[in-house]
Design a protein around this ligand. Structure first.
Ligand SMILES: [Cu+2]
Length: 382
């Protein structure tokens, strides 16, 4: 709990530093701005006076969405690719080695080694009304996990060759509306509310051969599933503030399961708080970089999938044998740093790239730690 409070303090602190810097730069530049005029802050359709391209940093860093709107009738299409890796088993903030793991969890028969989550997303946005933009984001998911099965030999655990599993298909479907409910032209700031939902279109019942018994088909463990299995509320709140060359963003984005879904469980409720600073750094104003910090709080799973956790093999249940099949071993608190770059191209489209890595992770139960993650996208408004 103390560490969570520290992490939060850290987020707040780094924020006030960025804010102070921004305000200083703003005061220096405010006079210049009066002459160059044309307040640019709300969307793709507006153009910078010194450039025929849209301002790159009106889009949030690559891993985020819901940070900008479009004018009435304007549409945007974006292809986004995300790739996140996980490896190493961790309990709380401690990395555990194999002997420590078996000491604490003698019933385990499968240890996850690494996992990779890939997502291909098509993000469509359309300006519906003044200050209201609608969006939908169909997602194709490819999850790959490598595990080591163990044999119990008179109380000694013997590692068997690693096995790899892949599960791919459509994921859950996020959609909703972004509402810019407040903007201040003088401050060049704006507030946006994301009224978002996610439909449980991703499959949660996919099966694969058990790593311990290739003759037995078992359901994929929780992290390998394509969807959450539940309708999710995805409320978000974003604040943006601009100066001529820099901008600041704060976003709180939540994923909250409405209820237990078809699988009799509800996936983690998640809250992500991000703060970022971005700066236009090229003469032609087509390049911007961003520095971001993100705190994530995720609950464990509610309920139990009877097709997974309590399935028995011999005397043991799946949840006892495989940590990925245990809903209590989900969620935790993490802190990430993100480094991004956005470039506007000649045709007005944008390339957006961000890399994140964890700086702190406190995970519930025994889980693989999250490694680095990349989000890359191309988008165009028309
Ligand atoms: Cu857009």
């Amino acid at each position: 709990m103390k560490k969570t409070a520290l992490a939060m303090l850290f987020v707040c602190l780094s924020f006030s530093v960025a804010e102070a810097q921004l305000m200083f730069q703003e005061s220096v530049k405010s006079r210049v701005a009066e002459f160059t005029s044309a307040i640019v802050f709300d969307g793709d359709s507006h153009e910078q006076p010194s450039s025929k391209y849209p301002r790159p940093d009106t889009h949030a860093p690559g891993h985020l969405m819901g940070g900008h709107l479009h004018g009435i009738g304007e549409q945007m299409i974006e292809y986004k690719y995300m790739n996140m890796s996980m490896s190493g088993l961790q309990q709380g903030t401690d990395d555990l080695d194999v002997s420590q793991i078996f000491n604490e969890y003698p019933d385990l028969m499968v240890l996850p080694q690494k996992m990779n989550m890939e997502m291909h997303m098509i993000h469509y946005m359309v300006g519906w009304k003044e200050n209201i933009t609608l969006y939908v984001m169909p997602t194709w998911v490819v999850n790959t996990m490598e595990v080591t099965p163990y044999m119990d030999n008179m109380g000694m655990k013997m590692a068997m060759p690693n096995q790899r599993r892949t599960n791919s298909g459509f994921g859950d479907l996020p959609f909703g509306a972004l509402w810019k409910f407040s903007h201040d032209e003088e401050n060049r700031s704006e507030w946006m509310l994301n009224i978002g939902l996610s439909a449980p279109t991703g499959d949660i019942d996919g099966k694969t051969a058990s790593p311990m018994n290739p003759m037995m088909q078992v359901e994929f463990p929780y992290p390998m599933r394509l969807g959450t299995g539940s309708w999710m509320a995805r409320p978000g709140l974003t604040y943006r503030r601009y100066t001529d060359d820099t901008s600041l963003g704060v976003q709180l984005q939540a994923d909250i399961a409405f209820s237990k879904g078809a699988g009799e469980y509800a996936a983690s409720d998640k809250y992500r708080l991000s703060g970022w600073f971005s700066k236009i750094f090229s003469q032609d104003r087509t390049w911007a970089y961003s520095l971001r910090i993100e705190g994530t709080w995720a609950s464990d799973y509610r309920g139990v999938d009877p097709q997974l956790e309590v399935m028995q093999m011999g005397d043991l249940t799946m949840a006892q044998m495989n940590p990925s099949a245990n809903g209590k071993f989900q969620g935790g608190n993490s802190l990430f740093f993100g480094y991004g770059i956005i470039k506007t191209l000649v045709d007005g489209s944008r390339v957006n790239l961000e890399i994140t890595h964890p700086v702190y992770q406190n995970l519930n139960g025994l889980q693989m730690g999250t490694g680095s993650s990349i989000a890359a996208s191309w988008s165009k408004a028309y």
